[in-house]
Design a binder for this molecule. Structure first.
Ligand code: FE2
Length: 243
């Protein structure tokens, strides 16, 4: 199975640049490359929108309608889950799907801000209900499984090591009980990372919209490093494609 893993598109409500970076151009370039590539499924690990606006989701959906393969996502802290679900037609946010004899489980690691219900906290957390659902799905289905969520459950280097999944230790403890969990796909930090914990491959996608780097100062844009991953589960390879 070949998976295209995209993350952090950060589309603005009017398609205008974010942090002086042309996120719309990067999305268009990414979709052009996806059209030329032989893939089975596209996964987007959150922050599709920068502001959660309906118009940003319309722009994204309109771009992805050119691609005729299954596309799934999970929400990120910049997304508005209601607008995302109401607007997207070609990209589905569901709990679980089976594809090519693999199970994909999509988690919601987003926590609403306690002061403003229209905003989310930057850090992530999997609540009790999320973790119970995860265990139920892992008990029900024993085929090879990939868990998708926005916030990293691994710790990246330098200043990127912030606002991660708060209860990552609890999450890792749960999935490590199930030998059929092979991979966790994440986003949020805008740089690509891979780690192995208990034989599970933890993969953070680069950002389609704008890139950061642990080797650059905080919030400096790593221009030209925007991209996505091609994960080949048969060959066990991961390739970064620049947008
Ligand atoms: Fe994020």
């Amino acid at each position: 199975m070949r998976i295209a893993l995209l993350s952090d598109i950060h589309m603005s409500h009017d398609g205008e640049p974010i942090w002086e970076t042309d996120v719309k151009k990067h999305l268009y370039s990414c979709v052009e490359k996806l059209k030329e590539t032989n893939i089975d499924i596209i996964i987007i690990s959150g922050d599709l929108s920068n502001d959660g606006s309906i118009s940003s989701y319309e722009l994204i959906d309109d771009t992805f309608k050119q691609i005729n393969i299954p596309i799934f996502c999970c929400p990120g802290n910049h997304d508005n889950i209601q607008n995302l679900q109401d607007t997207l037609q070609h990209i589905k946010y569901i709990t679980q799907v089976k594809q090519n004899d693999w199970q994909f489980i999509f988690m919601n690691s987003v926590t609403p801000d306690e002061f403003d219900p229209n905003l989310n906290k930057a850090r992530g957390y999997l609540n009790e209900e999320n973790l119970t659902n995860l265990e139920e799905l892992l008990l029900q289905e024993s085929c090879r499984t990939i868990v998708v969520m926005h916030h990293p459950a691994i710790e990246p280097d330098g200043w990127l090591n912030r606002r991660l999944l708060e209860n990552r230790a609890e999450f890792i403890k749960i999935i490590s009980k199930y030998r059929h969990v092979k991979m966790v796909l994440m986003g949020h930090i805008h740089e690509h990372y891979i780690r192995y914990i208990n034989d599970i491959q933890f993969i953070i996608a680069p950002s389609v919209g704008y890139a950061f780097s642990a080797s650059l100062p905080k919030f400096y844009i790593d221009t030209g490093k925007e991209g996505f991953l091609l994960i080949d589960t048969n060959k066990n390879t991961i390739k970064k494609i620049l947008c």
